[in-house]
Design a protein around this ligand. Structure first.
Ligand code: ZN
Length: 281
């Protein structure tokens, strides 16, 4: 491990502090293991030591899920305005531009039509890098239009959620409205006999979990994903009690009946295909 060097204590003032070149190594947030980035890419961003599934950018998620070259993106021109003229440490308008540049996306969600093992599916993916995958008016509108198109086209729907942010506070009530709007669209989809598979990835929290993400006919989660409404630290501080081991992780939620199955990333496409074969005769 020549790439890791111990900093001089006198220089840093912090004994044992290590400099880690960020482009070469990533520390697993679950087990703390240092992972060589190239090896992590090869393992589909799953920790080889503890099986923690790192969040994936939306484009990589689509590439793993759909048949090669089959994705046609919808609603590419929807962009958030700044309805509240939100001011903060970074103003919302400025933050949006920064995130758009960094993530190369208009907002935290991609939607469109693709094929999964030859079967046409409508798909939506939220990206937890873009403002923590939070749902503002663009995410809500894109998902709603995708659900409506799935209803009209009579195609199965898959939404893969990764959102640590829930509803986007910078758009206030307009963000909260997206929860009801997506749920309403899903209700109409369901009334028409539509099949919706919801895939929950690390992390899926708050307003996303409390709306469309838990309304799937089948709820599938990746291993060890944090899935909940309020984060465990806030709950512990509020109720002043220690939470049980593994609280809000996929395995805990499977045991308690919130989700239907846990699927490893490398087997996700196969499992989605099996589910679609069973549910869409
Ligand atoms: Zn790990």
């Amino acid at each position: 491990m020549k790439l890791l060097r111990r900093r001089d204590t006198a220089q840093s003032g912090r004994p044992g502090k290590r400099d880690i070149p960020a482009d070469l190594w990533t520390k697993c947030e679950s087990c703390g293991q240092l992972l060589y980035n190239k090896a992590l890419e090869e393992s589909l961003k799953v920790c080889p030591k503890c099986d923690f599934h790192f969040p994936l950018p939306a484009a990589e998620r689509l590439a793993l899920t759909l048949d090669e070259g089959s994705f046609q993106e919808w609603e590419t021109d929807l962009v958030s305005l700044d309805p509240l003229q939100f001011r903060g440490p970074t103003d919302y308008a400025e933050k949006l531009v920064e995130e758009q540049r960094a993530c190369r996306m208009n907002d935290a969600c991609l939607t469109g039509l693709g094929r999964l093992e030859g079967r046409e599916v409508v798909i939506g993916v939220t990206d937890s890098r873009f403002m923590m995958g939070s749902m503002g008016s663009v995410v809500g509108e894109r998902l709603t239009r995708a659900i409506e198109r799935a209803t009209e086209m009579r195609r199965p729907l898959i939404i893969i959620s990764g959102s640590g942010g829930g509803a986007r506070m910078q758009e206030g009530m307009l963000s909260l409205m997206q929860m009801a709007k997506t749920c309403n669209a899903l209700m109409r989809f369901d009334e028409q006999g539509g099949v919706f598979i919801s895939v929950l990835t690390h992390p899926t929290m708050a307003g996303v979990l409390a709306s469309f993400a838990t309304l799937g006919d089948v709820l599938v989660a990746e291993p060890k994903a944090l899935i909940g409404f309020t984060g465990p630290r806030v709950i512990e501080q509020t109720i002043r009690q220690r939470l049980p081991e593994g609280f809000q992780r996929s395995e805990f939620l499977l045991e308690h009946g919130l989700i239907d199955l846990i699927v490893h990333r490398r087997e996700m496409k196969t499992h989605l295909n099996k589910l679609l074969t069973l549910l869409c005769p």
